[in-house]
Design a protein around this ligand. Structure first.
Ligand SMILES: Nc1ncnc2c1ncn2[C@@H]1O[C@H](COP(=O)(O)OP(=O)(O)OP(=O)(O)O)[C@@H](O)[C@H]1O
Ligand SMILES: CCCCCCCCCCCCC/C=C/[C@@H](O)[C@H](CO)NC(=O)CCCCC
Ligand SMILES: [Ca+2]
Length: 560
């Protein structure tokens, strides 16, 4: 079928207003607010108190306008932030003004709140403009009006409360978003409140101020609540899960902030607040993790056994150090160079979702994540997962591994700007399974360092990577019950003896029976796990990482 051309945007209002003492043609249509200079600067400039003016047109998409307000006279010019004396002639004719706040893109995927103040000759015209813009904003029904905010005061460098109060709350209030704020008093406070107490019907979304651990609490609360309300048993690993309807916003205030960084492109609280205000929506995959018939946890970023599990175990004892704990524990774990034996079985994804080694990175509006794939979504009425998922051929790999990592998304973060799996997708229903086999310390270091530069971290003979829908792991020395307890007292004299030495002399390279799984920064209580990716189970107030070109040229120009 032929594609119908889009109708041109409807013209709503057009007037000559003044901007920085210059006359501009200002236009509002259903898509853009624009202002364009129509008069050239008077030749005589002596005694002129105005700064230089950039000539040209300015366009702001309506969907990126944050708010509009009538501006009080005799107040600082909001364009420059400085007080300006208004000359008599201009003051007489332009006593009325309104200010539009809008999103401006700066460097490194950051958004800022910018303002333009437009002066009108009379109040009626001014109010007409304010009303016309407000009417357009009211049509943007995807924008949240009432949010439930959880703040972890102890995440990252303990700045969560301050970040929210100083950087985020003023933006929400300017956008007329009302909030109920809960500062958590203990670990799992937010999770339990969401699961059993919160009146979710009142809200258009939930905001999490903290790091990946805090975000994990929020998704556990929301997903469990949604399954509970729909009668879905989370212990049943075959049962499809019901997607959560509320969107989640992340205000980064943690140590890694990988989920925020990988969905927005930066870990900047103002940028995140603005993505919430404009009502962005980014679906995201979630892995469910089971041990036999028991549900353990959900994961959206890293599930790591071996290296990342050991880094986390060690770093938990150093929480007081703040974000630096990961660097210290990272070096210590690297030096210990432990490998683990076990069996990985996995169900590969269909080829149409690409491969972990293609260069198709997941970006805003990603085609792969939008692919209508038969086995991506499981309908609510189905008794169990779709046939294609169960029919596929499982692959089995046995070996000695330094690390086994599963990344549901890239896991980009400030430590590793391209992430653990640079081409993993946020919402394609798959995870990338990365197997790092036993190799020399030098080779492992080369592999790790490639996470921080442009080189391909998968281009080593000891690294394999697969795109999967499900996987299972069984450690070689499997125990049936409480594995972590048994680890402590494990085995025959010889193994126990060497385990003891390894703990005390971490520079030696040897095999311990088990590592632990690092699940988004939490330790799992079992090494033997079954994992399934649930396509687009949750939604964030984000849009994925925008292409750099959107930032290099003014967005509005490229959109016209
Ligand atoms: N009031 C509280 N007191 C103690 N712990 C809390 C409180 N609120 C939340 N937590 C817990 O703190 C843990 C860490 O929080 P958070 O993820 O915000 O920071 P982080 O660990 O420094 O960052 P990241 O997860 O990005 O590495 C979370 O697992 C969360 O359950
Ligand atoms: C010796 C040189 C080492 C250089 C290695 C650089 C590699 C960095 C890759 C970082 C991948 C982060 C994945 C995200 C994991 C989060 O869910 C989790 C909770 O916040 N963070 C960690 O486990 C914290 C993990 C921190 C690991 C260092
Ligand atoms: Ca994915």
């Amino acid at each position: 079928m032929e594609k119908q051309p889009k109708p041109p945007p409807l013209l709503l209002l057009s007037s000559q207003l003044s901007f920085q003492n210059r006359v501009c043609e200002v236009t509002l249509n259903s898509a853009f607010l624009s202002w364009k200079e129509v008069e050239t600067r008077p030749k005589r400039t002596s005694g002129n108190i105005y700064g230089p003016l950039k000539a040209g047109s300015h366009y702001v998409p309506v969907c990126e306008i944050i708010s509009v307000q009538e501006t009080e006279e005799d107040c600082p010019s909001t364009d420059t932030g400085k007080w300006q004396k208004v000359p008599q002639s201009v003051a007489e004719s332009n006593q009325h003004a309104f200010t539009v706040s809008y999103v401006e893109r700066t460097q490194k995927h950051r958004w800022r709140c910018s303002e333009v103040t437009l002066h009108c000759t009379d109040r009626t015209l001014c109010l007409q403009w304010v009303q016309a813009i407000r009417e357009q904003l009211s049509l943007l029904t995807i924008r949240p009006k009432h949010l439930l905010v959880y703040i972890n005061p102890y995440g990252g460098k303990h700045h969560g409360k301050r970040i929210y109060e100083q950087k985020v709350a003023p933006i929400f209030s300017r956008a007329s978003i009302s909030t109920d704020v809960i500062v958590t008093e203990r670990a799992n406070h937010a999770r339990d409140h969401l699961k059993t107490e919160a009146d979710l019907k009142k809200y258009d979304g939930v905001v999490c101020v903290g790091g990946d651990g805090m975000f994990s609490e929020i998704i556990h609360g929301l997903i469990s609540r949604t399954q509970c309300d729909s009668g879905v048993d989370q212990d049943c690993s075959d049962e499809p899960l019901i997607p959560c309807s509320l969107r989640i916003g992340i205000i980064p205030a943690g140590s890694t902030d990988c989920i925020c960084y990988a969905t927005v492109g930066s870990n900047d609280p103002v940028t995140s607040a603005l993505h919430i205000v404009v009502g962005d929506s980014q679906p995201m995959d979630v892995c469910s993790i089971h041990h036999n018939k028991t549900f353990l946890r959900y994961s959206v970023s890293l599930l790591g056994y071996g290296f990342y599990g050991d880094v986390l175990t060690d770093s938990e004892r150093k929480r007081w150090m703040g974000p630096a704990r990961y660097d210290i524990s990272g070096v210590k774990t690297f030096l210990s160079h432990r490998y683990y034996e076990g069996t990985i079985s996995f169900l590969p994804a269909d080829e149409n979702v690409g491969t972990p080694r293609d260069k198709l990175q997941c970006r805003s509006g990603c085609d792969i994540c939008r692919l209508p794939s038969a086995d991506k979504q499981v309908s609510k009425d189905e008794e169990s997962v779709s046939d294609t998922e169960t029919k596929g051929v499982w692959k089995v790999i046995r070996g000695k591994f330094l690390a086994i990592n599963a990344a549901c998304m890239s896991c980009a973060c400030p430590r590793s700007p391209k992430g653990l799996s640079p081409s993993a997708h946020l919402a394609d229903g798959t995870a990338d399974l990365i197997l790092v086999r036993k190799c020399s310390r030098f080779d492992f270091l080369r592999h790790l360092l490639r996470h921080t530069n442009k080189d391909d971290q998968f281009d080593h003979p000891f690294v394999e990577v697969y795109r999967v829908r499900q996987f299972r792991f069984t450690p070689r020395y499997e125990d049936t019950d409480s594995e972590l307890d048994l680890r402590e007292t494990e085995g025959s004299g010889r193994k126990r003896f060497f385990s003891q030495i390894c703990r005390e002399h971490p520079a030696c390279s040897c095999s311990l029976a088990h590592s632990s799984w690092n699940c988004d920064g939490e330790i799992l209580p079992h090494a033997a796990i079954q994992v399934r990716v649930h396509c687009q189970l949750i939604k964030l107030f984000a849009r994925g990482i925008e292409e750099q070109s959107v930032f290099e040229e003014p967005y509005a120009f490229s959109a016209i």
